[in-house]
Design a protein. Sequence first.
Length: 232
Amino acid sequence: MKNSQPYGNKRRSSFELIHGNSSKPPKSPKMISADTSAILDAIRDLKNELNDKIDNKFDSLKRDLTKEISILSSQLNELKDRININEVHQTKVDRKLEVQDDSVERIQIEMGKMNLILHGVPFTQDENKELLISRIENIFSDVYGLNNELLVNDAIRLGKSTSEYPNKPVKIYFKQIAGRNLVWNNKEKLVQPYPDMILKDDVPKVTRIKRAKNWITQHNSTRGNKNHSQLI
């Protein structure tokens, strides 16, 4: 005898056996594909929109930076031009100052051609201008046998004598260039009776510095040549 189903129970369909008691059937593969495609399209559209915004922002920043760089470059070139102008101006000023310095030096040399500087004249506490001039005249009389009344016009100490350096140099002003040149050209005669005294021409400090530098250069060059010849 066949078993009959209980009263009220319906036979379940194959759909219910597979999908349960849901009243709505699942979406077909075609419906799922359509929804996915729409979502992907929306994502692509959003991506393109974001890319466009990023590109536009980047282009705007690039334009702003390019403009700023151009302005800075122009300002830098202007600053360089000003610096070059200042350097040219400074060079011209330096040349003018060198010319002026040379002119002053030449004038001082010309003014000093009537003078000589005598080092080593002993200083005494009772010394005054007349006594100093008389002392210089006696020295020249002993050495050169000259008429001192026609020779020395004036004499002054260069600086104040101190306990450490009492015998400051004496600048001698001659009445005539001939008398000055006679003393200068025979300055070696002064060494014999007065070995502590030295005569020097009256030139400005800058000239003395130039002479010292030239002497050092020549001395080093001569010594180098001697050393080189010894090596050979």
